[in-house]
Design a protein around this ligand. Structure first.
Ligand SMILES: [Zn+2]
Length: 441
């Protein structure tokens, strides 16, 4: 008998491997933070002894979900301003609230709430774009989650830094500090083409090259952004970014509505990733990202929730379902983004964008054991002809029961093991009270 740390006997395993294999009555073994074996349960019982052995025979195991775009600490602005178009929402509500409240404490506490929510919906890796990233790192590491921290760079002063150069210097110091860290990847997060001018963009391109780090940015969030760019720069945002040298496999373009065929061609040729945030785009009436066309052109498409202030949750299961359904409506093609492709967008495609496809994004021997278990025993999940279909079209986040990240169990039967849920709730209520009282003065 071979000894392992954890042995999980599952009803189904959705591997997201190259063969799209979905295995029935198989088991997954974890040893030293890695997936040690995936094999039929009868063989696993004969071959392995484990420190912890779980019978999840009515559950599906799949790779942890990767939320490729958000603003974690904005969980504290959830429900603060709804039913508004993007620029009104930003100018009249979000930016003033950020000016008043955002600090290291706000970022740390708000991020903790967001991580708790994400772990409870099966997210094991998330991309963040927020201020005071350095104040959130300890919370991330202690919770067990993994994060791509895209530090902001913007033309105007923020509570974090006064100039684009200061934003860049502070963020790059963090990038140097966490280079090679298994839970924290630091990346450049210029806000958007309409809030960053050419000179900082040139420095961003040079920094990405020098430090070999990735870039994530809001691009083509609305038609208005495209129109303004043509007026101001004489070209569409994608063409401007291309001319500035920003489009490359290092680039993650978030939103990407209002694209024409030339834009799609430029993105495809550059090897840049698209991060589709369907629920935020729908709620802010921002437009539609043509993911069917993008995928047909060979573009790597991933999924993100965006911040809880514009969604208003961080639920990747709901997000991938919305993506799968919206793709069909937006393209007039019911075959667009089929169920398995939606799961790939939320897992292995994101791993590719992060340059971690040999570590995360699928359940394969030798990869980090980032695994989630979803309960299919309730009436709402019966019958089960195809577990992939259920995950895409008929599963709620409340069915996510267990989560392991690097073999460490962080959620057990929906209980958070690494975070104090009661303390997180108390902090959220205390911040709410401060924010409401200040509004009423
Ligand atoms: Zn965003």
């Amino acid at each position: 008998m071979t000894s392992v740390d954890t042995l999980i006997h599952a009803g189904w395993i959705i591997t997201i491997n190259a063969d799209k294999a979905v295995l029935q009555n198989h088991s997954l073994a974890i040893k030293d933070n890695l997936i040690a074996a995936i094999l039929p349960t009868v063989e696993a019982r004969a071959q392995f002894t484990a420190t912890e052995e779980l019978e999840l025979t009515e559950h599906v195991l799949m790779p942890g979900l990767i939320n490729m775009h958000g603003h974690a600490a904005m969980a504290y602005f959830r429900g603060m301003a709804d039913d508004l178009p993007l620029m009104t929402w930003l100018n009249d509500h979000i930016w003033p609230a950020e000016g008043k409240w955002v600090s290291a404490d706000f970022a740390r506490d708000g991020t903790e709430l967001a991580i708790a929510e994400m772990l409870r919906c099966g997210t094991t890796y998330y991309a963040d774009n927020y201020f005071f990233a350095e104040a959130t790192v300890d919370t991330i590491v202690d919770s067990g989650i993994r994060a791509q921290l895209c530090f902001p760079i913007i033309d105007f002063p923020t509570n974090w830094a006064a100039t684009p150069d200061e934003h860049l210097q502070k963020g790059l110091a963090l990038a140097v500090q966490y280079k090679g860290h298994e839970q924290v990847m630091v990346s450049l997060g210029p806000h958007a083409p309409y809030t960053v001018s050419d000179e900082p963009f040139r420095k961003i391109v040079a920094a990405a090259e020098e430090h070999d780090i990735l870039i994530q940015m809001h691009v083509h969030e609305t038609q208005g952004e495209v129109d303004d760019s043509i007026k101001l720069h004489g070209k569409r945002p994608i063409a401007r970014l291309k001319d500035l040298g920003l489009l490359s496999p290092k680039m993650q373009c978030v939103h990407m509505t209002a694209l024409n065929d030339d834009d799609i061609q430029m993105i495809a040729e550059s090897g840049s990733t698209v991060v589709h945030c369907p629920e935020s785009n729908l709620k802010l009436a921002s437009g539609f990202c043509p993911i069917d066309k993008l995928q047909k052109a060979g573009v790597n498409v991933t999924i993100g929730t965006d911040g809880a202030a514009s969604n208003n949750d961080l639920d990747m299961l709901s997000e991938l379902r919305t993506a799968a359904i919206l793709a069909k409506a937006a393209s007039g093609n019911a075959e667009a983004l089929p169920a398995h492709a939606a799961l790939e967008a939320a897992t292995i495609n994101a791993a590719r964008a992060l340059r971690l496809e040999d570590k995360v994004g699928s359940l394969e021997v030798g990869k980090w054991a980032d695994v989630i278990a979803i309960d299919f025993s309730e009436l709402e999940s019966l019958p089960v002809y195809d577990p992939v279909s259920h995950i895409a079209y008929a599963t709620s986040r409340n069915q996510v029961t267990d989560v392991w990240i690097g073999g460490r169990r962080v959620l057990a039967e929906r209980e958070l093991l690494t975070l104090d849920a009661e303390a997180i709730a108390q902090k959220a209520k205390a911040w709410q009270q401060r924010i409401v009282e200040a509004r009423n003065v």
